[in-house]
Design a binder for this molecule. Sequence first.
Ligand code: IVH
Length: 661
Amino acid sequence: MDVKQRVEELREKLKKFNHEYYVEDKPSISDAKYDKLMQELIKLESENPELKTQDSPTQRVGGEVSSKFEKVEHDTPMLSLGNVFSEADVRDFDKRIAKAVDNYTYTVELKIDGLSVSIIYQDGYFKRAATRGNGEVGEDITENVKTIKSIPLKIDFEDKLEVRGEIFLSKASFNKLNKTRLENDKDVFKNPRNAAAGTIRQLNPKIVSKRNLDAYIYFGFHNDFKNHYDTLMKLKALGFKINDKTKLCKNIDCVIEFINDIEKIKHDLPYEIDGVVIKVNKKKYYDKIGYTSKFPKWATAYKFPTEEKESRLNSIDFQVGRTGVIKPVAVLEPVDISGSKVSRATLHNEDFIKSRDIRENDYVIVRKAGEIIPEVVEVNFDKRTGNEKKFEMIENCPVCDSEIKRKVGEADYYCLNPNCKAKHLAGLIHFASRPAYNIDGLGEAIITDLYNDGYLEDIADIFKLKNHKEDLVKKERLGKKSVDNLISAIEASKDNNLDKLIFGLGIRYVGAKVAKILAKNFKTLEDLANAKKEELSEIEDIGEAIANSVLDYFHNKDNLELIKELSNLGLNTEYKDTTVYEDTAFTAKTFVLTGSLTDYSRKEAKTIIEDLGGTVTSSVSKNTDYLLVGDSPGSKYDKAKELKIKILNEDDFKKMIDTGE
Ligand code: IVH
């Protein structure tokens, strides 16, 4: 192979690996192999400068240092967005759209907390990137943006194309950057957005290249692009990184559901967001809906409600959760936020504290967002006096003094002692709490008391409290009446549905929603305890981590004893379907699916059955009513025949749906 061919081959390979790694997040080769190919290409290009091209992956390592950024005028102004803050505001926005146009749909996107960029491609080549500036005139940051590996240098698009998006730094890259800065006695960046903005204004692109900036694209301008959602899909096909949470919504209820869903998972995202952006899809409506002087009326930003206050961080405390997880908590000078007194706020984990250089005695910004636990956001460095204490992670459990360990790939430390008192206590409090077994009158304070007095060691003890009635009445905090009430509440709770019990057990990764899925699928605690890995993994929404955690839990001897005891104590261990359905041929019937259907995916068939009042389980047993069989059925078919279960083919199934019989 001649040099030219090899250079081209290397470029293609590196481009492909780049896309896999930075855009799709699915690398197929190791970093070392990637580096080797890159080094080979750099060498060949420097030996044969005539083979260099402007879209070569080697161009990303950072060009010349400049003394300032040139000013550039935007083709169309880069506008900002209007803000809305509540569900009512979102509905008002929708009403305004409905007044102006008919037949519209929305795209909902995450509002990434970074800085906006405009990038122009000409005949497929990356030509120029600019900051927003004042909206009309920005600064040329071409060399810096070229170092962002998720932005393609060459695309398959003949004409001129402008895309706009948000440059940001992931939480992980931010943590790493600040850690190094701290080690080198440099000031830390306050938050990922400041770090990204500071980085993009670096005059040396080589430094920028090392910081791992990233970008999501959220706009594309071309005459052929007539619909915003379709534009994003086209840009994705061209190789741009489009946020995978982006969703097409047919109505405003869908938008509100999206906002609520995102608010719940916002903290688990690997990058920071400050809201959700709602955009009308049809571009031909834009002029009709119109603009104000600053922003379009066909789009808006829903901002998550937050209130921030400054307070003194008196000390850092550690709390042990029921999984043994150790969480750092800020003990604050009490401060009033959104109408409630806040004296404790989460500090998330070691990396969070270290990357933001949060120290005892610092003045910190505390944020409370809706119902969410208050959190420390950043330090007010202007108020540092020199009396602050640098943070060091503890080495032993603050409750039982045993060894603690940070799990590989996780940010949290765990107490390794299975008998740690804090774990047991937190487990009991969780069990009795409202979202779990919901035992009226059995709150944190009483549980702690009863635990310290030796009445409660495990969950089963809760149901034996009635044997200690006299002792309990003697205790000063509990009068006869309240003991009676407590015992009745405990007795009444035994009828709780199975999902509440499963959730209450405190199995790792099994939240209220997963508990419900497990209860619905397995029907009894016994069947769940005997579930095999395949049966668990087959269920939609049950991933590998959950499946393994459930197996681990029920493979533990102590846990098996506990659930046996709970069942003997009279707790309900069966799932009762409480949904009210009109009677159909599906009502209260149990289906199992095998093989592939022609007209429905498995998921669709499952939804139909459930919507009509039936349930779908994963394995055939004597409790199965119907086996729905598609092409190439598995062993379930033989088992169903053996158990004389009624077998339906796809046509029978359709008939059942149509006739209801
Ligand atoms: S659309 C005319 N979409 O938020 C509409 N902006 O407050 C302009 N941002 O300046 C922007 N994620 O820097 C849009 N998915 C998204 C966004 C987004 C973040 C930023 C952007 C913009 C600011 C407006």
